[in-house]
Design a binder for this molecule. Structure first.
Ligand SMILES: *[C@@H]1O[C@H](CO)[C@@H](O)[C@H](O)[C@H]1NC(C)=O
Ligand SMILES: *[C@@H]1O[C@H](CO)[C@@H](O)[C@H](O)[C@H]1NC(C)=O
Ligand SMILES: CC(=O)N[C@H]1CO[C@H](CO)[C@@H](O)[C@@H]1O
Ligand SMILES: [Zn+2]
Length: 496
């Protein structure tokens, strides 16, 4: 990698006064943000929607604006996996989390199934505090690649065990875990568990000093990271499965915190915990469900989670301006859905107040006697389709595949096309931000087109940590702990 040394040295001198060159990190903290499944068209969709609402709702007289992420573009990224031109989230997160090209399905293991350390583990080994904040299950592929090592991404129970340190050869690596996936942390004797054994990971976490939170009420006790309860380490999982899409969460905000609230709380806690230390923190944030809405071809879930991602980018930028010893980079793992905006007018999406996922939940829970009236008067208007003719209502009732019947109709109305329910090979955008000389250094070194495996080297340099050293430690652990690869999934693995 090409690095602009002269600028960095000047900056290091300015920022660190009389300290010897080369020993201290160039920034104390690094924040890495992954909008999973977010392509170029995802940002255009959100930007044009926001602009129309702000500027008169006339698609024939559009106004060009920028959303927060647009102000921080620095390059783009190639994403292919070692065994497929189209990557999944596992191979991709192993690339940008650990710097190693691997096969689809691999969680922080190389093509031979050997563990490779992540930038988070390298930071931990060097005394940094660490965090993972996501809206998927916490043991989903992206966060998994930072603190777990398994040959098959579907080994969810094992991933949860690694992430909390129960069976990670180096012990607990993560000081803050926030997201979904609660059921994997409870023994099977608990009726809400999804484990096949009696391992109690919440119990283990408590023994190791973690504060354990399972609902919004417990999260609120952290007082946005300022409370005594926000001392590290802590784990907060707010849903047995994925957390809610942002637009659905907003309808019942006392159930789960938003991604923005979790990020605010996490950075404040990490900042407090590292105030007196010579080392800062590494935090990975994932706007996980942009991807899920892409898989579902649901423009409503996609749009509002992309807007939330931009809100988080804006917040982190402001945070960095107040804490300039922090650098941020952000890039998706891949594009999802093959989203194109050909007959495009996003205004019809304004009428929707729920995702197809939530519509499906309501539909399943309905126990009244007039299903047609419920569909016509509640579900369809809720998804922005209140004006469908009666014949269409009857068709949807008869078809009995609600989610796709809704999403195809609203997509059509908004001139949005999806070309797949899976991922695509399209490049994705690299964003980043630093204040002052750190921002100049970031742009000078990272502007351009990169393979996803090249990204963590920059973080290594900024934090002065070493991934390879930790990989060697991991490989000293007795063999077998990463489990086995599922070879019968080969060729079908770009589905998540
Ligand atoms: C029907 O659904 C309502 C509202 O969700 C619920 O309160 C009620 O208990 C349900 N009734 C039955 C018989 O399941
Ligand atoms: C391997 O993958 C196949 C295909 O997805 C699946 O049916 C099977 O259950 C998996 N095997 C294991 C051991 O997980
Ligand atoms: C394949 C597909 O869904 N094509 C649609 C793309 O969008 C245009 C404009 O809305 C439609 O006319 C096509 O049917
Ligand atoms: Zn996906």
């Amino acid at each position: 990698m090409r690095y602009a040394l002269s600028l960095t040295i000047a900056g290091t001198l300015l920022a660190q006064g009389s300290f010897a060159l080369g020993f201290l990190p160039e920034a104390r903290n690094f924040i890495y943000i992954v909008p999973d499944g977010f392509g170029i068209a995802s940002q255009s969709l959100a930007r044009d929607y926001v602009s129309l609402l702000q500027n008169g709702e006339n698609p024939k007289a559009p106004v060009s604006i920028q959303l927060p992420a647009d102000e921080m573009v620095i390059g783009n990224v190639r994403t292919l996996a070692s065994d497929n031109l189209i990557t999944d989230s596992a191979a991709s997160a192993t690339a940008f989390g650990c710097g190693v090209k691997t096969y689809n399905d691999a969680i922080a293991v190389d093509v031979d199934g050997k563990p490779v350390a992540s930038i988070l583990e390298a930071a931990k080994a060097d005394g940094f505090k660490t965090g993972l904040v996501v809206t998927s299950t916490i043991n989903h592929a992206t966060p998994a690649c930072y603190a777990a090592h398994v040959a098959d991404r579907d080994s969810y129970e094992k991933i949860a065990e690694h992430e909390i340190g129960y069976s990670h050869p180096l012990g607990p690596q993560v000081d803050i875990l926030l997201g979904g996936g609660r059921c994997y942390f409870k023994p099977k004797s608990d009726p809400t568990s999804c484990r096949k054994d009696d391992i109690d990971l919440f119990g283990f976490a408590k023994e190791r000093g973690f504060r354990v939170m399972q609902d919004r009420k417990a999260f609120d006790e952290l007082k946005k990271g300022h409370g005594k309860a926000a001392e590290l380490p802590y784990i907060g999982l707010f849903n047995d499965g994925q957390m809610m899409y942002e637009i659905d969460r907003k309808q019942q905000p006392n159930k789960e915190p938003s991604l923005l609230e979790m990020v605010d709380t996490a950075v404040t806690s990490l900042d407090r915990a590292t105030k007196k230390s010579s080392r800062g923190y590494f935090l990975m944030i994932e706007a996980s469900r942009i991807d899920h809405a892409g898989h579902a071809n649901d423009p409503v879930g996609h749009l509002h989670d992309v807007i939330m991602y931009n809100d988080v980018m804006k917040f982190v930028r402001k945070w960095i301006d107040k804490h300039p010893d922090t650098v941020m980079m952000s890039a998706a793992d891949h594009e999802t859905g093959g989203l194109t905006l050909n007959g495009f007018n996003p205004l019809p999406l304004k009428a929707a107040t729920m995702t197809t996922e939530h519509a499906g939940r309501l539909w399943k829970a309905y126990n009244g006697t007039d299903r047609r009236a419920y569909l016509k008067n509640t579900i369809l208007p809720g998804y922005g389709l209140g004006d469908l003719p009666d014949a269409e209502v009857d068709t949807i009732l008869k078809n009995d595949k609600l989610a796709s019947d809704l999403s195809t109709r609203l997509s059509k109305k908004a001139g949005i096309n999806w070309s797949t329910g899976g991922h695509t090979a399209a490049d994705i955008t690299l964003y980043g931000y630093g204040n002052g000389w750190r921002g100049d250094d970031l742009k000078l070194n990272m502007a351009g087109n990169w393979d996803n495996t090249q990204l963590p080297a920059y973080i290594e340099r900024v934090l002065k940590v070493n991934i390879k050293k930790v990989t060697e430690k991991l490989r000293k652990a007795p063999a077998g702990w990463v489990g086995k690869r599922n070879l019968s999934k080969r060729g079908h693995s770009h589905e998540h």
